[in-house]
Design a protein around this ligand. Structure first.
Ligand SMILES: O=C(O)c1cc(=O)[nH]c(=O)n1[C@@H]1O[C@H](COP(=O)(O)O)[C@@H](O)[C@H]1O
Length: 277
């Protein structure tokens, strides 16, 4: 079921609409120190702010989803968080959905505080969706799963090489940990139209056939596209064609086209065109 809030469409519906209008590219806003160097910016909060706001200004009017990675902002303390607040506001204003990449997960009572901070609708860090970690058990994510009108993307099978050993481990029900996460998400999404609000994160770098996603009825965030080596062919092998409900997430491969806003926008457009073709 989708969770609604009066006057606002549920996240799954808003995402489906955004992807239909703008395509399935999710632009990561990751102000890596190395990228600040290549944009000719200082490695301090002013450089990071210049980078992040320029990137959002160029990309948020183009793509369905903007995904700021919180750690790169937190690294600068309160001043960095203030920049993140502006990034979120500016991206929403430009019509993009904001997926805040915070990978949070805690016992239920603390999870409620995280849900209030990022999905409560009343803070300056209020996003449309966040990434969450199910390591404390899928049920512990309850407060985020119940945030009305919002979305979550639950880490299931991540793109990093260290992930397989843990996430492909077999549980006593014979499923892998990753498959079990996908199936829990599918239960949350049962009956939702056009798409449920509970997404999963599945790296574009994983081997085809590792996971069954056919009953998910929710969005898939597929990072690992671009700088981590996966291309469009890998996305289609993994998720089929067309990429229904799949968001191809790329950060460095888009951001390397800056600092010129027109070049950055053009780089994103070229990458988006490969997804459409
Ligand atoms: O949840 C994520 O966004 C994520 C999950 C995952 O499995 N792998 C992964 O790379 N990410 C994030 O996606 C982004 C990938 O960045 P690039 O490799 O530069 O495209 C980073 O912000 C990662 O933190």
């Amino acid at each position: 079921m989708n969770r609604t809030v009066e006057g606002t469409a549920p996240f799954g519906a808003r995402l489906a609409e955004a992807v239909a209008a703008r395509g399935p590219l999710c632009a990561g806003i990751d102000p890596h120190p190395g990228l600040l160097d290549s944009w000719g910016l200082p490695r301090d909060v002013s450089g990071m702010e210049n980078f992040a706001l320029k990137a959002v200004d160029a990309l948020a009017p183009e793509v369905a989803v903007v995904k700021p990675q919180s750690a790169f902002f937190e690294a600068y303390g309160a001043a960095g968080i203030a920049v993140l607040e502006r990034v979120i506001a500016q991206a929403k204003e430009a019509g993009a959905l904001v997926l805040l990449d915070v990978k949070r997960g805690d016992i239920g009572s603390t999870m409620a505080a995280y849900a209030a901070a990022y999905l409560g609708g009343e803070t300056r860090l209020d996003a449309d969706a966040i990434t969450v970690s199910p390591y404390l058990g899928f049920g512990s994510l309850g407060p985020a799963l119940k945030a009305a009108g919002k979305g979550v993307f639950v880490l299931a099978r991540t793109s990093n090489p260290e992930a397989a050993r843990l996430q492909n481990a077999l549980l006593d029900n014979g499923k892998t940990v990753a498959q079990s996460i996908v199936d829990h998400a599918a239960e949350c999404n049962a009956g939702a139209r056009p798409l449920g609000d509970v997404g999963v994160v599945v790296g574009a770098t994983i081997a085809p056939g590792e996971l069954r996603l056919d009953e998910l009825n929710g969005p898939v965030l597929a990072p690992g596209f671009g700088a981590q080596g996966a291309g469009v062919a890998e996305l289609h092998k993994l998720f089929g064609s067309p990429l229904r409900g799949v968001l191809a997430a790329s950060s460095r491969d888009i951001l390397r086209h800056g600092p010129d806003p027109a070049a950055l926008r053009e780089g994103a457009r070229r990458i988006a065109a490969t997804l459409a073709g």
